[in-house]
Design a protein around this ligand. Structure first.
Ligand SMILES: [Zn+2]
Length: 82
C-alpha cells in the first residue's frame, strides 16, 4: 500500500466500482486509464485526539488480475447462479 499510485509516469485513476462506503471509511476499485492497472483505494477518517484537525488517511494498493477478479466477484454476492 502507498499514498500515491505509481503504475506509470502519469497515473490517471478512475473509479470502476464502489466496494465499501461508510461514514468514516470507504474502499473502491480504481483503474488507471493510461496503463490499465487496477488499484484498490482505501480511505479512513481518523480522529485527532491531540486537539488538532481530524484528517483522512488514504492509500492505494496495486492489484493483481486475480485480486481484481475476486473483488469484482465479491460485489455480486456469495451465492453462485443456479
Ligand atoms: Zn498507470
Amino acid at each position: 500500500m502507498q499514498p500515491q499510485p505509481n503504475c506509470c509516469p502519469n497515473p490517471h485513476l478512475t473509479i470502476v466500482q464502489q466496494l465499501c462506503w461508510m461514514p468514516s471509511h470507504g474502499q473502491n476499485l480504481q483503474r488507471c486509464r493510461h496503463c490499465g492497472t487496477y488499484w484498490r483505494f482505501d480511505w479512513e477518517e481518523r480522529m485527532n485526539f491531540e486537539g488538532g484537525e481530524d484528517y483522512v488517511w488514504e492509500y492505494y494498493t496495486c492489484l493483481t488480475p486475480e485480486e481484481t477478479e475476486q473483488l469484482r466477484k465479491g460485489e455480486e454476492g456469495d451465492f453462485p447462479n443456479s
